[in-house]
Design a protein around this ligand. Structure first.
Ligand SMILES: Nc1ncnc2c1ncn2[C@@H]1O[C@H](COP(=O)(O)OP(=O)(O)OP(=O)(O)O)[C@@H](O)[C@H]1O
Ligand SMILES: [Mg+2]
Length: 324
């Protein structure tokens, strides 16, 4: 391929850019620093957050992707333009891009993604569903005539898919992901411990304390917040044993999606799942989720080593295959 080929995963919270030759080139928050007076996008990603922290009067943050919907195509294009330059430098030949997209996008939403990537400077844009990209990215064999099950968990949605020779035979999407885990932690702290905490604290608790394996060694974490009744600051010690209960509702939604796919799968391929197990990808896979699936469903599961970048890496691979 003469042009640089890029795999692109535009997430609600994180964007990842990969190429076949160089692997992961960029993984940064899908956010822009916007000038409050002119509405101009001044920075993107980690640098945007720093810019807004340094001058909160002059700048505001804008997250242009909300659930599956591109809220602001212009801001997204401006972010991607900055990201492309950061990932591959200034090039005369515009890159060709394969975008990993959610399975539940409408045609209008897919068009909005395509337009934003073109406006950001791509020469050509191709779209492929994220579970297929992730499957390629973790090295599942598309030539093998065996059913393979993959569950991709992002910040705003979970996509469970049964894949057979490079196609999705069945897939189920639920609007539940990492953000919903954070919200469940906030609700749990308020109801159980009478403590108000913010989203950032909830995310930290989720990442540092969660272990869904029933046999894990217990951990404890001191959590700072405000007492619900008096608003006075207070510290509560939280145990990892509480996390399964705290995350019960969103976890049930994720498990429902996985079970629905298994239920819709014929006997032959069910045997394939029993043999090959389930592969988990996406940034929001919780520690011990593989164990939980084994406990609840009696199916083997493994978290991919490159879970959070698999979709973008697989998109780059899919682009290379297209060129051959
Ligand atoms: N160690 C961790 N354990 C559990 N969750 C994590 C961990 N690290 C990050 N996360 C969560 O992963 C999510 C980001 O994952 P990912 O990059 O796959 O989402 P996204 O692509 O932005 O979202 P979507 O695809 O749903 O639009 C966030 O919700 C974040 O809180
Ligand atoms: Mg994603």
């Amino acid at each position: 391929m003469l042009r640089k080929g890029l795999g692109l995963d535009i997430g609600t919270t994180k964007t990842t850019i990969c190429s076949i030759d160089d692997g992961v080139l960029l993984r940064e928050p899908t956010v822009a620093a916007v000038d409050v007076d002119t509405d101009e996008v001044m920075e993107a990603g980690d640098a945007a957050i720093e810019m807004v922290n340094n001058s909160p009067d002059k700048m505001r943050l804008c997250w242009p992707v909300w659930d599956p919907v591109v809220k602001s195509a212009e801001v997204l294009a401006a972010i991607l333009r900055i990201f492309f330059r950061r990932a591959i430098g200034r090039t005369l030949l515009r890159p060709q891009v394969m975008v990993a997209i959610p399975c539940d996008l409408t045609e209008a939403q897919s068009n909005a993604v395509e337009d934003a990537v073109l406006a950001a400077g791509a020469s050509r844009v191709h779209l492929l569903e994220a579970p297929l990209c992730a499957a390629l990215g973790v090295g599942l064999d598309f030539a093998s005539p065996t059913g393979q099950m993959l569950v991709h968990i992002g910040a705003s949605r979970t996509e469970a898919a049964m894949i057979f020779i490079g196609d999705m035979v069945t897939h189920v999407t639920v609007q539940t992901g990492g953000k919903h885990f954070d919200n469940a932690v906030i609700r749990y702290m308020r109801n159980k411990h009478k403590l108000y905490i913010g989203t950032r604290t909830a995310e930290q608790i989720k990442i540092r304390l969660t272990n869904l394996s029933s046999t894990h060694e217990e951990k404890k974490l001191d959590v700072k917040g405000r007492f619900v009744d008096t608003k006075v600051p207070r510290i509560v010690t939280l145990s990892s044993r509480e996390m399964l209960g705290a995350l019960r509702d969103p976890l049930s939604a994720v498990l429902d999606a996985i079970v629905s796919v298994v239920e819709q799968t014929g006997d032959d391929m069910r045997a394939d799942i029993a043999k090959g197990g389930i592969v988990l990808t996406g940034g929001a896979v919780l520690t011990g989720m593989d164990q939980l699936l084994a406990d609840v469903m009696g199916l083997r599961a493994r978290v991919a080593a490159n879970a959070d970048t698999a979709a973008a890496e697989g998109a780059a691979l899919a682009l290379e295959r297209l060129g051959k």
